[in-house]
Design a protein around this ligand. Sequence first.
Ligand code: NAP
Length: 348
Amino acid sequence: MIRPELMETDMPERNRQVVLKRRPSGLPVSEDFAIVDAPLPEPGAGEVLLRGIYLSLDPYMRGRISGVRSYARPTEIGEVIEGRVVGQVGRSNHPDFREGDFASGGYAWQLYSAVPGSGLLKLDPAEAPISTALGVLGMPGMTAYVGLSDIGQPKAGETVVVSAASGAVGAVAGQLAKQQGARVVGIAGGADKCRYVGEELGFDAAVDHRSADLGAALDAACPKGIDVYFENVGGAVQQAVFPRLNDFGRMIMCGMIAEYNDKEPRPGPNLGAVVRKRLKIQGFIVSDQRHRYGEFRAMAAPLVKSGQLKYREDIVDGLDYAPEAFIGLLQGRNFGKLLVRLSDDPTR
Ligand SMILES: NC(=O)c1ccc[n+]([C@@H]2O[C@H](COP(=O)([O-])OP(=O)(O)OC[C@H]3O[C@@H](n4cnc5c(N)ncnc54)[C@H](OP(=O)(O)O)[C@@H]3O)[C@@H](O)[C@H]2O)c1
């Protein structure tokens, strides 16, 4: 049944969007973004009109708005900022979708999107809360799975260290490593996040990267050194972990959020240790592996349902607060997968 607010007569006449007003210099500020009204998009042939329910805010967006060409096209000034969304179909011109269906896909920081049905994943709210398609069962969860299985490959008894351990990627990476028999140490910012990582996610130890002596804290938490490092942060955390890697250690280069606002690249570690210790350091981009999403979901969805794969969401209400929440993400103010609620979630 179609919810009353989705009935055609009740469709709002206007859309609302967050556009890039100017390129940030260093940490973004709210003046870098503009919130604008726009006409309601009209779905064309093969498209659906999606009413956004949750918008995912992710660290990679800092790169997109910087203007630097990387593995993806940058957002231009005046363009709506891209982002993944979970929403409900309002109107459909695609045979696989009916009004009222829930779906996720990569669209933008806006309330309504007219999008090709072929790019949408249909969601079953009975299988998992729909918001999880943006976090533990979405791109971040799959990132943890790909990095760990393709690069880290922890063996039972090895020590795995995960940075940004309470976050969307780190929480999944640590729990999966633990299920593979590793001893898992999380690095997180502050006592609350460290408590969550140790007590709720079940990591063997948690280290606060704001500790006065991070190196000594890592030595205490990793008495046998570090075999696998799941790198989400870079900066001072990377400098403390790198010299503690064991022979044949693996460094999963997932992200370096602490450096995303830098105006100049920082000097890297001396790579002599890579030879001496026979280290493997490998980067990856999860979207290269998007064809493996089914494999990931088949593994992870039952674990989420049974409670063996825990997750936490940090939900901010209202599109207008997206810029502020995004700025907070780059400073560690989120606690769990950061989402913006764009409209009521009728499944909750
Ligand atoms: N390679 C890929 O395909 C891929 C895909 C998705 C994500 N990523 C990367 O994975 C990492 C985690 O992403 P996520 O979505 O899971 O984010 P998240 O962990 O949910 O949120 C970001 C966290 O990073 C930490 N952080 C932020 N600024 C920091 C700083 N200056 N120093 C130390 N820690 C800082 C904060 O945690 P604390 O308060 O605990 O420090 C913050 O909560 C990011 O680097 C992201 O770019 C890569």
